[in-house]
Design a protein around this ligand. Structure first.
Ligand SMILES: [Fe+2]
Length: 196
């Protein structure tokens, strides 16, 4: 059975940037639905993280939906771990690499925010690393995951309307800017530290 991670904080932890109702619906309705859909499609034992690279082991007719729903779980697991009630800077090797490649964290943040503003339609902005530690900021549509491109996702911001619409309506750019006060790089820093 595939499942989502427990939400790492309470439904009001991201207020006032993300209101309680949005977070509750996002986690309990949207996120959990991807796991329910995936379990209805397959009883595979392939670990969730390996599904994007092993998609050809699923029946051809199911591959699109398996990939979509597995991506939905993976991307939301990362999104919820990329936020917390308190902002936290990258640490250790990740902070050094960001400072080296982007000049400063503030410049990195500016580039990431601009990338998010340029996403067309639904999707995510990711900070990813390749298998030797090179960082890139990328946008992917819908529930595509960087794992499909041999990239390891470290941090992400969900840009689907369900992530912000109750509070921000059509003002996506305000959500994109405000969410950074809840950005938390603890998970990204640990992942990067363990890899390189
Ligand atoms: Fe979402």
């Amino acid at each position: 059975m595939y499942d989502v991670i427990p939400l790492p904080y309470s439904y009001n932890a991201l207020m006032p940037v993300v209101d309680e109702e949005t977070l509750n619906i996002h986690y309990n309705k949207h996120h959990k639905k991807y796991a329910e859909n995936l379990n209805n499609l397959t009883n595979s034992n392939i670990p969730l993280e390996q599904i994007p690279k092993r998609i050809d082991e699923f029946p051809l007719k199911d591959r699109g939906q398996v990939l979509y729903n597995a991506g939905g779980i993976l991307n939301h697991n990362l999104y919820f771990q990329s936020l917390n009630s308190n902002f936290s800077l990258p640490k250790g090797k990740l902070l050094n690499k960001i400072n080296n490649d982007y000049g400063s964290f503030d410049n990195f943040k500016k580039i990431f925010i601009n990338k998010s503003k340029n996403l067309v339609g639904s999707g995510y902005t990711f900070l990813v690393t390749d298998n030797v530690g090179n960082l890139t900021i990328i946008n992917l549509p819908n529930q595509e995951t960087p794992l499909s491109y041999d990239l390891i996702p470290l941090f992400t911001i969900d840009l689907w309307e369900h992530a912000y619409y109750l509070k921000y309506k059509n003002n996506r750019n305000t959500y994109i800017e405000n969410i950074w006060s809840k950005a938390n790089f603890d998970h990204a820093s640990k992942t990067y530290e363990n890899l390189f």
